[in-house]
Design a binder for this molecule. Sequence first.
Ligand SMILES: *Cc1c(COP(=O)(O)O)cnc(C)c1O
Length: 374
Amino acid sequence: MNKIWLSSPHLSGHEQKYVQEAFATNWIAPLGPNVDGFEQDLCNYVGVGHAAALSSGTAALHLALVMLGVGRDDVVLCQSFTFSASANPIVYQGATPVFVDSEPDTWNICPDALETAIKNQEAKGKLIKAVIAVHLYGMPAKMQEIAEVCQRYEVPLIEDTAEALGSTYLGKKLGSFGLLNVLSFNGNKIITTSGGGALLSNDEYFIKKSRFLATQARDDAPHYQHSEIGYNYRLSNICAGIGRGQMEVIDERVAQRRSNFAFYQRELSNIEGITFQPEPEGSFSNRWLSCLVMDTEKTGGVTREDIRLKLAAQNIEARPLWKPMHLQPVFAGTSYYGGNVAEKLFQDGLCLPSGSNLTKEELGRVVTAIKSCF
Ligand SMILES: *Cc1c(COP(=O)(O)O)cnc(C)c1O
């Protein structure tokens, strides 16, 4: 039986036209018409003023922190329930990550726990330089409440939209709410450039500055002169060409992933003890990954691990939900605010195969394997 992946690249067939153009015009460099075009595509789609195409989402997060002046002894508050790339750049800057629990409605950062964290850290004399909110699996975080807390305490908000291109909150695209917003185009994301990312903002200053920092921070001089530490973080013009071909089909990809989710929900939610990631009113998720949680008291003891292993035995890749950062060995001893929402989700949750290129037959194989556990 062929392998069913969690989330594999899905090309539109239009990518090679742009890549070919790059070859034909000899723009084989981390700048060029595809980079400019891809940035424009992202601005138009997300509805944001400015975009810088970068080598990864991690690089975009790193530059966001650099530009906000995050340094030694500063605190950055970060959603605990996320992929490590959300938090690692805090450490690159020598700053201290402080983790915050999720709330059950969206599985994203809890506005109340966030406020407690800000108050408590400030009372300890800590300078909080940024908040990183994540839209996990494509689900919008409670941006209104989160933005309100950030405004009240005057802390800049970074939106980690790596998993959520195409999602909307109150009718507005994610990636347009934060002061700085991060996208990823890694191979497993809803669209891919093989590897890549972007930083978005309505403030032109930040995007110009991020392009400067991403190209080794060269001062305006004919010789190479530097007054700041720079990085080599720009996106290749070839990869950007892949991105332009992918942007032509982004809305189709969202529809396909949502259709996978609807199929799983229809087929599986009558099994006692299985529930799916909620989508509160006002939220529209790209359903990057279809995620379920198991209440083992109601499933007759069947755990998410039982399902994962059953799927693995049939050459189907599934994955536990993200292990929260405050439980990661590398972040042992860091401060954490909240309860056990993220921890419970990690314990009982599973991501099902979610690629936009899955066939009906493959989706059927997944569902049959899961049903056979009961
Ligand atoms: C993928 C991902 C990133 C990092 O993006 P890369 O392009 O892989 O560096 C950051 N945050 C989250 C939540 C992600 O899923």
